[in-house]
Write a new protein. Structure first.
Lengths: 456, 320
């Protein structure tokens, strides 16, 4: 007993010492890098369950390191997540290279949470190979570049080809105007019992897609400087809301679910419960892989036109960005990596084919047609290279691709886009749940609230 | 044979007199160290370090951040009360506060009597009590998000939804449930009560074991009905536990987040946005950590005031 007592104090001291050591270890700094060598961490490595894609990615890392002997690449499976990336940034654990959705880009640019990589892009002469329309999304007002678009889209109309057939509509001739959308939605609801047209209204997805609709109806969300909301200044947003209200309450073609977000709308669409909804064609990936929709049933059309005017829509996609804590040498290495990893498939047939084969082996969609981040010619050549391996029914996307050159692409609101979307979410919810909704008053009230928030 | 009145007299007689301890003599440092003093402190050090590092430092940091603007890249800047003024000028603050109070009131109306009733009912059972214990506690072990997603399918607003299908058999509905601004919050409270009642039932059951059986026997012999026995014996005997459980429930429900976040995201038309959901929006949608921490501080202070007032008001009741 005495022995136990005598042992107790040193053991406790040791435990306490370990705890103190572990606590202080969290604040220790990394040793400086060897001179001349630079190490970067890169996110978006495929997870180990994606065996073939992971093997290709790891091989890409080795090939890149061999071609750039002074650069060491540490790959991680870290993905962007709005709830954790801020704390990872604060803790210095955010990878040097990460992909962000377009929707998340303007806020970190405004908050100076992304590295300015203009000098590095100029140094590597990359600007000429990129599509200027999509690159504009990664730039601030002074044209500084904060990311490289690696995947892009323009919002269009996704539709279920099987439901179109069941309703007696031609799946190869989706609606081109909003009047046709309204008529087809009514037909689908009457003939099949499914929701003809669904509108998201939750988790900011409603505001996001309604922004595309407002652009299409000829409106804007904010003024050019992003200092005031403008959606109630013209009749565009009110007209769009009135159309939704008519489809919901008069046509009864919008079903009973009023709280769709980006995920739940995909689930119901893949399950054959929804005829049409606004979104980008890359929803194909989740609809097929995760929600087991028949690939033949997925159809994508361009943004419908309103009152005979040229269609306008919101652009989106993903951008590879660099950590603001990266040194100049790390920034240059990061931009080299982004160019190699994300853009070389459009210029190098061997890389394109190896990526396509890996996706095919993982039963993942190989290449969904969309808005190119490179020139149209390079994009067409790329699809030619991978055609023998592409498991995506590319012709289902013809209505979308054919409409694309005629559609005006408009980027997201410049300032606090997510706050604007949240305000629009509740307006759409009101229209979908309140038959007597006064759309003009709703828009005016929301505009005044958003403007006061933007001013802060 | 003992009547209720004799039992009360017995209780009123109080515990046996306490023998006062002799005054401590001042111990030398050596005696203190060779005794249990040093090892007691060393035992406490790990807990203090962990508690301080993971609990108190974040709390203090949160309070500091509520007076700062911080992008986690450059140094934080002091902005005084700007974050608090932003929060107070947000039109959603009033909606979120009223919704949170509405949730708390509904949760109290539903969530307070049901577990108490279940516990008293189960305490009366002579057989198969273990089965009822398991059944009552089962919802608690289901991960919250899983059970909410399950209930979300029950609340499907179409005529094919589970609840609407059942109600249709009686010629009722279909109802919008979560899709209706008026029904969304009560729908959330029903699920929340189902999910958390089990824990409260177990605590009440434990409290009920401390009620002396001779009180019931005496009352029974005096011809008291079950309702009178519960009213005059059970509830007064576990009064202290009930008061604490109400306080804990109010504090817990004022911080409701998971249910409205997963069920409705705060909709429809902000009918279920709560204070914690607003804090989440500030932090992770608007990336405004200053406003998020400012509202957190306001909520924490409000709960502290509510708790203090409640304690003052109920002190006499619980000591009775």
């Amino acid at each position: 007993m005495k022995k136990i007592q005598t042992l107790r104090v040193p053991v406790l001291i040791a435990i306490s010492g370990l705890l103190i050591a572990s606590a202080t270890a969290c604040t220790s700094t990394a040793s400086p890098a060897d001179s001349g060598r630079v190490t970067i961490t890169v996110g978006n490595q495929p997870t180990s369950d994606q065996t073939a894609s992971r093997a290709v990615f790891d091989q890409q890392v080795k090939t890149f390191e061999a071609a750039n002997p002074t650069i060491t690449v540490k790959a991680t499976t870290t993905l962007f997540d709005a709830t954790t990336s801020q704390t990872m940034l604060a803790g210095g654990n955010l990878p040097d290279v990460l992909q962000l959705p377009f929707t998340e880009l303007q806020t970190p640019i405004a908050r100076k949470q992304l590295a300015d990589i203009t000098a590095q892009i100029d140094q590597l002469s990359l600007k000429s190979t990129l599509n200027p329309a999509t690159l504009a999304i990664a730039q601030d007002a002074s044209k500084k570049i904060y990311g490289i678009p690696v995947g892009a889209y323009a919002v269009g109309l996704n539709y279920n080809r099987a439901l179109f057939s069941r309703a007696g509509l031609d799946p190869n001739s989706p609606p081109k105007t909003w009047s046709e959308v309204q008529a087809d939605a009514r037909t689908i609801s009457e003939k099949t019992g499914a929701t003809g047209f669904a509108q998201m209204s939750n988790q900011n997805c409603g505001g996001w897609m309604f922004t595309a609709m407002t652009y299409d109806f000829g409106g804007t969300l904010e003024n050019s400087k992003g200092t005031a909301a403008t959606f109630a200044n013209t009749s565009a947003a009110a007209d769009a809301l009135s159309l939704i209200h008519t489809m919901k309450w008069d046509d009864k073609s919008m079903g009973s679910q009023n709280l769709y977000d980006c995920t739940s709308i995909q689930q119901d669409f893949a399950a054959g419960k929804i005829g049409m909804y606004l979104k980008a064609p890359d929803d194909y990936n989740n609809s097929i892989v995760q929600y087991k929709m028949n690939p033949k049933d997925f159809g994508a059309a361009g943004m419908p036109t309103y009152n005979g005017t040229r269609a306008s829509t919101l652009t989106g996609g993903s951008v590879a960005v660099v950590s603001p804590k990266a040194t100049d040498a790390q920034k240059l290495a990061a931009v080299k990596w982004i160019d190699y990893e994300y853009l070389s498939q459009y210029t190098d047939k061997a890389v394109a084919v190896s990526f396509a084969k890996a996706s095919l082996a993982d039963s993942a969609p190989v290449a969904v047609p969309g808005l190119p981040v490179v020139s149209a010619a390079a994009y067409k050549t790329y699809f030619g290279w991978i055609a023998p391996y592409n498991n995506v029914p590319v012709s289902n996307f013809d209505p979308y691709i054919n409409a694309l050159p005629t559609v005006k692409l408009v980027p997201e609101p410049a300032n606090s886009a997510q706050q604007v979307y949240a305000s629009l979410d509740s307006i759409i919810q009101n229209v979908l749940t309140n038959k007597g909704a006064d759309v003009k008053t709703l828009l005016k009230t929301a505009q005044s609230t958003v403007t006061s928030q933007l001013a802060q | 044979m003992m009547s209720v009145s004799t039992a009360r007299r017995h209780t009123a007689a109080g515990p046996p007199p306490v023998v006062l301890a002799t005054p401590h003599k001042r111990r030398s440092f050596r005696a203190w160290r060779s005794g249990d003093g040093l090892s007691a402190i060393l035992f406490a050090v790990p807990a203090l370090l962990i508690f301080g590092y993971f609990s108190w430092i974040p709390i203090v940091r949160g309070v500091v951040m509520s007076f700062q603007q911080n992008n986690f890249v450059s140094a934080a800047t002091w902005v005084g009360l700007k974050n608090f003024s932003y929060v107070f000028r947000d039109p959603l603050l009033g909606t979120a506060t009223l919704n949170t109070i509405w949730f708390t009131v509904l949760a109290l109306i539903l969530g307070f009597p049901i577990p108490l009733f279940l516990a008293v009912f189960m305490a009366e059972l002579r057989r198969r009590r273990a089965i009822y214990n398991v059944l009552a506690y089962l919802p608690v072990v289901i991960p919250p998000v899983a059970s909410i997603l399950l209930w979300k399918t029950f609340y499907d607003p179409s005529s094919g939804g589970l609840f609407n299908t059942v109600l249709h058999l009686f010629g009722i509905g279909p109802f919008g449930w979560l899709n209706s601004p008026a029904a969304a919050m009560p729908s959330i409270v029903i699920e929340a009560t189902w999910a958390s009642a089990g824990s409260t039932v177990i605590i009440y059951l434990a409290a009920l074991t401390s009620v002396r059986t001779e009180l019931y026997e005496a009352a029974e012999l005096d011809g008291a009905s079950i309702a009178r026995r519960i009213w005059h014996i059970t509830l007064p005997q576990i009064r202290g536990v009930i008061l604490i459980m109400i306080l804990l429930q109010v504090i817990g429900t004022m911080q409701v987040f998971t249910e409205p976040f997963v069920f409705t995201g705060g909709g429809p038309d902000n009918a279920t946005i709560t204070l914690l959901l607003l804090i989440y929006r500030y932090a992770f949608i608007n990336v405004n950590y200053g406003a998020a921490t400012a509202l957190s501080v306001i909520l924490a202070l409000s709960l502290a005031v509510i708790s203090a007032v409640y304690q003052l008001l109920t002190r006499r009741l619980s000591e009775r």
